[in-house]
Design a protein around this ligand. Structure first.
Ligand SMILES: Cc1ncc(COP(=O)(O)O)c(C=O)c1O
Length: 328
């Protein structure tokens, strides 16, 4: 446990809730919450699923129809053919990283990750005995990785590269050139890439780029994504991995040994979220002008939760409006 870190946003949230329970007013700038409510059609799908008996165990990797919905969604959005057998549903996308590390990393293996970055990365890598190697993101370069610096971090012990685009906490995004470089590096040194794309639908005037779409990368990429941010479903707890089949089987085994499965009604609600045209207003952030979307026009009843931007000219809302500001 001494190697396990934390996510301070959750600690601050707990303190804030305690203050609220004492009648104090708190402005929430801590946790990465979208500033709109889960859309009604998704809530109704969840209620209907509960009423129709989806309140029991499901297969560990998820209900087939839900995995198919994810596969169809990723096929559509990332323009690469994904099959349901490559999809594993988990209760929150953090589990994708934890399970992948458990499945692929031996003590002493090095894992390259961004700094600043989502705190769970370094915490989980340290916890399982891996060695985090940080690639520094600098404001002067729009929080892009210095590609030479990235390449210089690779050693014979490097096994994995974690990328996050759009990025928490900087709001930076990886360009086509960056992603191509990452893919080439991964091929050259036989690295696995974990690509955290949890904010991929919350971009403005920018086409999201994923290594999963790159030729030859399917066999060495784990997509880490979920419903939390784009559909304001943080409390429903649903993340997903798209992984090579052999690795997906290991993630399934880790699910069996940990949570057993994600909640059945949440999975059914996810089918609605990912497939229904009514969800469009939750996912239509990208084509809208930035100022018209989450930042100036909070969409739901949680408008009071909107936080201030910390990023100049953000291309994403990862920490710049749709979600809380970033100390998580
Ligand atoms: C970059 C990043 N990845 C992953 C997560 C985890 O999201 P969840 O576990 O709700 O899917 C978060 C949440 O704040 C995040 O900011």
């Amino acid at each position: 446990m001494s190697r396990l870190g934390t996510e301070s946003a959750f600690e601050v949230l707990a303190k804030a809730r305690r203050l609220e329970a004492q009648g104090k007013q708190v402005v929430h700038l801590e946790i990465g919450e979208p500033d709109f409510a889960t859309p009604d059609n998704i809530v109704e799908a969840g209620i209907s699923a509960m009423q129709n008996g989806y309140t029991h165990y499901t297969p560990a990797s998820g209900i087939l129809e839900a995995r198919q919905a994810v596969a169809a969604f990723v096929t559509r959005t990332l323009n690469t053919e994904v099959d349901a057998s490559e999809v594993v549903l988990v209760p929150g996308s953090k589990n994708v990283l934890l399970f992948t590390l458990l499945a692929c990393i031996e003590p002493g293996d090095e894992v390259i990750l961004p700094d600043p970055g989502y705190p769970a990365y370094a915490s989980q890598v340290n916890f399982i005995g891996g060695v985090p190697k940080v690639v520094t993101l600098r404001e002067e370069t729009g929080f892009r990785m210095d590609l030479d610096e990235l390449a210089s971090l690779v050693t014979p012990k490097t096994r994995m590269l974690i990328i996050n685009t759009p990025q928490n906490p900087t709001g930076g995004v990886l360009t086509e050139e960056d992603v191509r470089f990452v893919c080439e590096l991964a091929h050259k040194h036989d690295l696995l890439v974990v690509s955290d794309e949890i904010y991929s639908q919350l971009v403005y005037g920018f086409h999201h780029v994923s290594p999963l779409s790159h030729p030859g990368m399917r066999e060495r990429t784990v997509l880490m994504d979920g419903l939390s941010k784009s559909y304001a479903m943080t409390g429903w707890r649903l993340g997903y991995a798209v992984a090579p089949r052999a690795l997906a089987a290991k993630l399934d085994q880790l699910m069996i040994n940990s949570s057993s499965c994600a909640a059945g009604f949440t999975q059914m609600a996810a089918i609605e979220a990912l497939s229904a045209p009514e969800s469009a207003h939750a996912t239509s952030c990208s084509p809208r002008p930035a100022s018209r979307c989450c930042r100036e026009q909070p969409l739901g009843r949680r408008a009071g939760d909107t936080s201030a931007s910390r990023t100049r000219n953000p291309r994403t809302s990862s920490r710049a409006g749709c979600s809380g500001s970033g100390i998580s």
